[in-house]
Structure formats: structure tokens, C-alpha cells
Design a protein around this ligand. Structure first.
Ligand code: ATP
Ligand code: MG
Length: 580
């Protein structure tokens, strides 16, 4: 209920549209309620006129004009009602979509780690549609349907109470039979939609991981998996349609049955003079008018249930407080030098420790290597510097300032990161490189590409810098993607550069090329490189050896060869591998 009130409050933020929609709705309802009465009167007047032989008398002309004006107003107000309601629903969903996107994009990595992308997509699209429907067909239309459900029965009883009562009893019987059927169809459709969403997630996962599927020859396995889910959904749709057909048939039968009964009973009343022909016609018109809201009730209940559920899912995301918070006393710094300090830093992912008691003092301009077995915490250490995750305890500082006191934008603009999993957007290479600085001049883009040693390759492409990167960077090699990502990190010329395993997925020659490029990259800036290859670290000023979230040894390549057994082992295994 709380969520419904919140959606209503968002509607009220558009007072012009809300008021005009209600005004148009009320006037259109008024005009439609007046219509049967006018029609009844004109039938009686016509009958009287025929009897007196004067068809074009004054009351006839007056009534015809009134009916004409009434119909004109009915058309205008009905049009205005749907125009204002749809505009209102669109405006509210625009607001919600904007809020949702702004919020989701600002949520931290911890949130995105645990939330499925497909789930967020379905909230942004399917749930948003349900909320829109909740506003247009639910909140804004239901009061008028309820209005008709109250006013029309009163008018029916007023016309002829016995006939009115009989009609109402039959109507209520129809509602009691129809609503459960309608709700059953609805709940079946909800299951179908859930299964359809799962089907589309399977499809999305298969297509994203098409390389894996193909490389393991798993096409048949995946095809079968898909076939089973697909068949299930198809079967459910058929059974839902079966129940729906029953509901439609019942509705149609009831639609014809009720006026039929009234016509037979009413005929006798007309013949015995208890009702005039016009009054009977008026009664029949009101009865037909009543059928709409009666039938609509089941649908409205479903729209409210589904819309509120969807609103809850969207609003829960908007309410989620997983943003990286900025301090209220931010320190504004113009020029960063690039020194990094870690003081007793501890960090865990959902309670599982990933880094323990890290102490570091990296001076401006130093090149630092991180080495350690997979899962030892190298990438995690990198992710803490631009505050992708907030630490549990301790302090991380840049140039002596706690990073929590720096504006996030400043922090992230000064810390360039080349992540371990490179993802490029399906836009041009030029736009990819300038992603962090869309205003970059072309000369700056070329400069960054040259430092990353990718410029000459880009020049060989038919469209050069305007080449579109295919989805998942399929038209680039691992090393090329890596160097484009390095250029992207360099575009804003950050004083601190974090390179997470830049030579992981490349061969020896490319590794040499990247290492050569890195030599230029690391000049004049503080650089941290994580790697599993000793050969990439020989020239660094400091090497940190990591093990199970701890820094177990520190030193230069030569000092570690003497003091660190882990480092010695790594060195020997890797040099032997090369010799072999
Ligand atoms: N997003 C995450 N959520 C939960 N646990 C995580 C997450 N990322 C990493 N971990 C865990 O934290 C530990 C450190 O992972 P990390 O990625 O920092 O290792 P790494 O040293 O970079 O390994 P590699 O050499 O394979 O890149 C691992 O045990 C890993 O399972
Ligand atoms: Mg890593």
C-alpha cells in the first residue's frame, strides 16, 4: 500500500495533468451517464409524437440537439481524459526511469556484484510498463469505474426497483464466477512471464558466452536446454489461453443473457403500463453500461496487484543505499602528485576477508609491482584506491589525504585504471579512448594511443580511429584491447596509473610490446602493475609479494631474489619454463 501511495504522490507532482485528467474523466462520465436518460426521453417523445402526428415538434428538436451536444462533449471529454492520463503515466514513468538509471549507475560495485544484469533490465522495462499501466488503467481510471458501479445501480433501482434488483443479483453472480477465472489467468501469465524472463536470460547468457559454448562443443547441450524451457513456456501459454477462452465465453454469454432476461421481463411491464418504452430502453442502456465496470473489476485488481509489485521492485532499487558516500567536508585539491599510503587497511567481500592489515608507502613517480598467486588480492587492492569498494578499517590516502575526504570525481580522474577484464564499448576506437574525457582533442587521443603503442596498429585499419569496436571487442586481439584500454586510462593523464595484469592474455612478443609501451607510460607517474610474470617486474622500484590477502614480502627484484622464498620459487619456475 505504501508503494501505491508513493506512486500517487509522484502523480501529484504533475498537478496540471492530474487535475485535468480527473476533470475530463468526470465530465466524460457525466456525459455517458446522461446519454441513456436522453435516449429514453427521445424514444418516449417520438412515440408520443407519432401518436399525435407531429414529428418535428419543439420538444423533439430540443431533445435531438441536446443528444447531439451530449455526444459531442462525450467524444471531446473521453479524448481529453485518455490524452491527459497517458501523458501523466508517461511523465511519471519518465521520472521513474530517470531516477532508476541515475541511481543504478551510481550504485557501488558490491551492489552490482550481487544483482543480475538481466534482473535490472527487466525492472527497467517490464516493471516500468506495469507501473505505467497501474497509473493509466489503475489509479486514474478505477475511480470512474467505481463511480459507474455506484451510480448506475442506483439509477437502475430508481427506474424500476424489482427489475433493478434482479439485474444486480445476476451481475453479482457473474462477478463471483468471472473474477477467480480472471485472476487465475493473471497468475498463470505471471508464471509465464517469469519463465519467459528466464528463457531470455538463458538466451542472453548463451549468446554472451557463445565463444565458450562453441569451444566446448556444447551447442547440442545448450540447444536441448533451451528446447525444454521453450516447450514448458509454450505449454503454459496454451493452458492459460484455455482458461482465458473460458472466461471470454462466460463474459459473452453473460453479456447477452442479462439484457435478454430484462427484455423479456420488461416487455410485460411495458404491456401492463408499469414502464414506458423509453424507460425500458433507458434501463437496457444502463445495464449495458454497467457491464463494462463489472467486467473490468477482475482486470483492475490484477493491474493493481501487478503494478504495486512492480513499483515495489523499482522503488526498492531507488531506495537502496549502496552508493559510495561522499564526505560532507570534502577537501578540494587541484594538483595531485601521486603518492599513495595504506595504513592498516582491512577489507572483506560480504564478510569474507580479502585483504588484511595492508601497510604501504608509495612515493610519487614510483613504479610498484604486485605479484602473487591467483586470488591473493592484487585486483582487490587496486579496486580500493579509486573507491570501487570501501574498506572495513584503516586509511588509504593520496598525497596524505584520506581518499574518503576527496570528491569521488576528482579521485577517479586522478587514478587511471586498466582493469583485468577489459571491456570496450561497441563504439568507435576514438570514442573508446576518449571515454573518460569526451572533450579530448584528436591530437590528445593520438598521443595516448602512441604512448600505449597502439597508434600504428589503429592506422592500419581501413577506418582508422573511426573503426567500430564489435561487441565484446571481437574484432580486436587480446593485446590490442589491452593497449586501447591503456590509452583510455591515459587520456586524462592521471598521476596514478593502476595496471591490473596487463600482459595476462597475451603471448611473449605482445608482452614485450606492452612492456615496452609501459616503460613510456610509467614515466612521470606513480604506477602499480599487478602480474603473475616476474619478467614484467624486473625494472620496477618496488615489488610487493602477496599471499592470501597479505603482503608477505617487499623489495626490489634483486633483493627479493635473496630474501623471499616465494619470489625465488616464482622466478625459478618462470625462467625454467622459458628456457624449456
Ligand atoms: N566481487 C567479489 N565478490 C566476492 N569475492 C571476491 C570478489 N572479487 C574477488 N573476490 C575474492 O577475493 C579474493 C581476492 O581476489 P582478487 O581478484 O583480488 O585476486 P587476484 O590476486 O587479483 O587474482 P588473479 O591473479 O587471479 O587476478 C579471492 O578469494 C576472490 O575470490
Ligand atoms: Mg586479479
Amino acid at each position: 500500500m505504501n508503494y501505491l501511495i508513493r506512486i500517487i504522490k509522484i502523480c501529484i507532482k504533475h498537478p496540471f495533468l492530474t487535475i485535468f485528467a480527473f476533470l475530463a474523466g468526470t465530465l466524460s462520465m457525466g456525459a455517458s451517464i446522461l446519454f441513456p436518460t436522453l435516449l429514453g426521453s427521445i424514444i418516449d417523445t417520438t412515440t408520443a409524437s407519432i401518436q399525435t402526428g407531429t414529428i418535428f415538434n419543439q420538444p423533439m428538436i430540443f431533445l435531438t440537439s441536446v443528444i447531439f451536444i451530449n455526444m459531442l462533449f462525450l467524444g471531446i471529454f473521453t479524448f481529453a481524459k485518455s490524452y491527459f492520463i497517458e501523458s501523466l503515466a508517461e511523465n511519471v514513468s519518465y521520472d521513474l526511469r530517470k531516477k532508476f538509471f541515475n541511481h543504478v549507475i551510481n550504485l557501488n560495485f558490491a551492489f552490482h556484484d550481487k544483482t543480475h544484469t538481466g534482473n535490472l533490465m527487466s525492472r527497467a522495462i517490464t516493471d516500468m510498463n506495469s507501473v505505467q499501466k497501474l497509473i493509466s488503467s489503475g489509479i486514474m481510471d478505477t475511480p470512474f469505474q467505481i463511480g459507474l458501479l455506484i451510480i448506475v445501480p442506483i439509477l437502475l433501482i430508481k427506474s424500476h426497483w424489482q427489475l433493478g434488483l434482479l439485474s444486480l443479483i445476476i451481475s453479482i453472480t457473474i462477478i463471483t464466477i468471472a473474477i477467480p477465472l480472471r485472476l487465475k489467468v493473471r497468475s498463470l501469465w505471471l508464471t509465464i512471464q517469469k519463465n519467459l524472463a528466464n528463457l531470455s536470460t538463458t538466451l542472453q547468457e548463451d549468446l554472451t558466452g557463445i565463444n565458450v559454448v562453441k569451444s566446448f562443443g556444447a551447442e547440442n547441450y545448450e540447444t536441448n536446454k533451451f528446447k525444454i524451457s521453450n516447450k514448458n513456456v509454450a505449454r503454459q501459454i496454451v493452458s492459460a489461453e484455455l482458461i482465458r477462452s473460458r472466461y471470454v465465453a462466460l463474459k459473452l454469454f453473460a453479456f447477452l443473457l442479462l439484457p435478454g432476461i430484462v427484455l423479456i421481463a420488461g416487455r410485460n411491464l411495458v404491456l401492463t403500463g408499469q414502464l414506458s418504452t423509453g424507460e425500458l430502453a433507458q434501463f437496457l442502456f444502463y445495464l449495458i453500461m454497467l457491464q463494462n465496470p463489472v467486467v473490468a473489476i477482475g482486470g483492475k485488481i490484477a493491474i493493481f496487484v501487478r503494478g504495486i509489485e512492480a513499483a515495489k521492485r523499482i522503488l526498492n532499487i531507488i531506495d537502496s543505499d549502496s552508493k559510495i558516500k561522499e564526505s560532507s567536508n570534502l577537501i578540494i585539491i587541484k594538483d595531485f602528485k601521486g603518492s599513495i599510503q595504506f595504513n592498516n587497511v582491512n577489507f572483506s567481500y560480504n564478510g569474507i576477508p580479502a585483504l588484511q592489515n595492508i601497510n604501504l608507502d608509495i612515493q610519487q613517480g614510483m613504479s610498484v609491482g604486485l605479484i602473487g598467486s591467483p586470488g591473493s588480492g592484487k585486483s582487490t587492492l587496486f579496486k580500493l584506491i579509486p573507491r570501487f569498494y570501501d574498506i572495513d578499517s584503516g586509511i588509504i590516502s593520496l598525497d596524505g589525504h584520506d581518499i574518503k575526504m576527496l570528491p569521488l570525481e576528482t579521485l577517479r580522474n586522478n587514478v587511471g585504471i586498466v582493469p583485468q577484464d577489459i571491456s570496450l564499448f561497441p563504439i568507435t576506437i576514438r570514442e573508446n579512448i576518449a571515454y573518460n574525457k569526451p572533450t579530448a582533442e584528436f591530437s590528445e587521443i593520438i598521443r595516448a594511443a602512441k604512448i600505449a603503442d597502439i597508434h600504428s596498429f589503429i592506422e592500419t585499419l581501413p577506418n582508422g580511429y573511426d573503426t567500430i569496436v564489435s561487441e565484446r571487442g571481437a574484432n580486436l586481439s587480446g593485446g590490442q584491447k589491452q593497449r586501447i584500454a591503456i590509452a583510455r586510462a591515459l587520456i586524462s593523464n592521471p598521476p596514478i596509473l593502476l595496471l591490473d595484469d596487463p600482459t595476462a592474455s597475451v603471448d611473449f612478443t605482445t608482452e614485450m610490446r606492452i612492456n615496452k609501451a609501459l616503460k613510456t607510460v610509467t614515466q612521470d607517474r606513480t604506477t602499480l602493475i599487478s602480474t603473475n610474470r616476474v619478467s614484467s617486474l624486473i625494472k620496477t622500484d618496488l615489488i610487493l609479494v602477496m599471499e592470501n590477502g597479505n603482503i608477505v614480502d617487499k623489495g626490489t627484484h634483486y633483493s627479493l631474489l635473496k630474501t623471499s622464498t616465494i619470489y625465488q620459487e616464482l622466478y625459478h619456475i618462470q625462467t625454467q619454463q622459458k628456457v624449456a
